[in-house]
Design a protein around this ligand. Structure first.
Ligand code: NAD
Length: 480
């Protein structure tokens, strides 16, 4: 039976007012398997009204009371772990194994982290002769949270949890490509007894629901994760309205491998950084730079290991790479590989769509692809592909590695492989990116600031940063 998703507005599960729906495709099979509300501005309006009505009660509730709801939701996510992981894998195309290990546990962790963080959040006090200042941080009102399809419930909760913990009410929109776990999440919120209207979820397209959220005068802040082009559009609407903006955007992250690294570790983790989640993680290392003396050895080992990463049915435990999220995305990735060849790139492995058997024959599978022989200034090396495609280039010196790594409009993250401690510090100091990993990738501590430099975004999420974003400071000065 086809699953029909509903909006979650004012505590009710509602149809879109226009009664219009969009098809939801299963990436593994390329078949329609559900319907999503094709909501409009009128549904966003209803959500904003519900969030406005709920604000006074929610923002005035003691933190310890508010947070009981979030902790209860975290427990329910854990209770439904298997079902949610299956849903996420089916909706996005990612391996079930990955959804089970990463996406769902992280969604529960996000709720728990911010529920408890809020209890420890403190604001500043400044003493000087003759006066004392203290800063209050109050919830700012209604927050708009918009998230992408690559880590659906993981990123959805990463925004919603701090927004709610800080005492705001929320109007949220998941990606229209991966709405299922947000739908399940709304039912868990209801079961947890979250007061009506505190969280409202409106499903639908970016240019309808997303635009209506961003442009709504009663929504005071926008937390957005998605593409840089969308981020520009959002900023152009929200900035003249003086909304608070947090934009987590695209990346084209360099992965620097120095000759003094632990080579096998570097290869194993670089393959994971390239192809985990089909390469559809903003933090994936898509430009690999390798010191010339180990370049050939690295290439050989990297390609050999890449070929062992099985592309297949997301539900199969042996699968490392599932299906890309949509037909359009498959076409985009294919077009980039074609472009790379036109630019003179040499495809060492992969480079083509894979057609699986039986029910999966129409699924969106693409072989993990390794490309060499490209200069840094070509489009393949400058534009975000966001698929299982990496380029590998040699460098002669640390200086050249830094020049190549920083030659990008993006600045989200970077990884360094070296056993030389001084080099690790020196290079990380000079890399123009918001997140640097040394001898690791995707190691996360939720207390750290998360976000990008340059076209990779504005503002930071994570830890206190998110709680500062979701509150308005007010300084109070007392003459002594
Ligand atoms: P996208 O920008 O197309 O869509 C993201 C969300 O914005 C979706 O919910 C979409 O419906 C909505 N949207 C689209 N147009 C809108 C508009 N005009 N106004 C308001 N909302 C609108 O991005 P995507 O394709 O879903 O996700 C992939 C991108 O996200 C990649 O560029 C990736 O790097 C980026 N990303 C960044 C991070 C990070 O933390 N920096 C994390 C994950 C993904």
């Amino acid at each position: 039976m086809m699953e029909e998703i509903r909006n979650y507005i004012g505590g009710q599960f509602t149809e879109p007012q226009g009664k219009s729906y969009l098809d939801n495709y299963e990436p593994a099979s390329g078949k329609v398997y559900g319907r999503i509300p094709d909501s409009g501005a009128e549904d966003v309006q209803a959500a904003v009204e519900a969030a406005g009505t709920a604000f006074d009660g929610w923002s005035a509730m003691p933190v310890t009371e508010r947070n009981k709801f979030l902790l209860r939701i975290a427990d329910l996510i854990e209770r439904d772990h298997d079902q949610l992981a299956y849903m996420e894998s089916r909706d996005n195309g990612k391996p079930l194994r990955l959804a089970s290990k990463v996406d769902i546990p992280r969604a529960a962790a996000n709720m728990r982290f911010y529920a408890t963080a809020m209890e420890h959040f403190a604001s500043e006090s400044h003493h000087s002769p003759g006066m004392i200042n203290y800063t209050r941080r109050s919830p700012a009102g209604i927050a708009g949270c918009i998230s992408p399809w690559n880590l659906p419930i993981y990123l959805f909760t990463w925004k919603i949890a701090p927004a709610l913990a800080a005492g705001n009410t929320v109007v949220a929109k998941p990606s229209e490509l991966t709405p299922c776990t947000a739908w399940a999440f709304s039912r868990l919120c209801k079961e947890a007894g979250l007061p009506d209207g505190v969280l409202n979820i409106v499903h639908g397209l970016g240019n309808k629901v997303g635009e209506a959220i961003v442009g709504h005068p009663d929504i005071k802040m926008i937390s957005f994760t998605g593409g840089t082009t969308t981020g520009k559009r959002i900023a152009s609407v929200a900035a003249p309205m003086f909304k608070k903006l947090s934009l987590e955007l695209g990346g084209k992250n360099p992965n620097l491998v120095f000759a003094d690294c632990e080579l096998d570790e570097a290869v194993r983790n670089s393959v994971a950084a390239s192809f985990t989640n089909q390469g559809e993680i903003c933090l994936c290392g898509s430009r690999i730079l390798v010191e010339k003396s180990i370049y050939e050895t690295f290439l050989e080992k990297f390609v050999e290991l890449t070929r062992t990463w099985k592309v297949g049915d997301p539900q199969d435990d042996a699968t490392r790479i599932g299906a890309l999220v949509s037909r359009e995305h498959l076409e985009k990735v294919s077009a980039y590989v074609k472009l790379a060849k036109e630019e003179g790139g040499q495809v060492l492995t992969g480079g083509e769509r894979l057609v699986l058997e039986g029910d999966l024959a129409e699924g969106y599978y693409f072989a993990p692809t390794v490309i060499t022989n490209l200069p840094m200034d070509c489009r393949t090396n400058q534009e975000e592909i966001f698929g299982p495609v990496v380029t590998i280039m040699p460098f002669d010196s640390e200086e050249e590695a830094l020049t190549l790594a920083n030659d990008s409009e993006y600045g989200l993250s970077a990884t360094i492989w070296t056993t030389d401690l001084s080099r690790a510090h020196r290079v990380s100091d000079k890399l123009a990116a918001g997140i640097i990993w040394i001898n690791s990738w995707l190691l996360r501590d939720l207390r750290t600031p998360f976000g990008g430099w340059k076209s990779s975004g504005v503002g930071r999420e994570g830890g206190w940063e998110a709680l500062r974003f979701f509150t308005e400071p007010k300084n109070i000065c007392i003459k002594l």
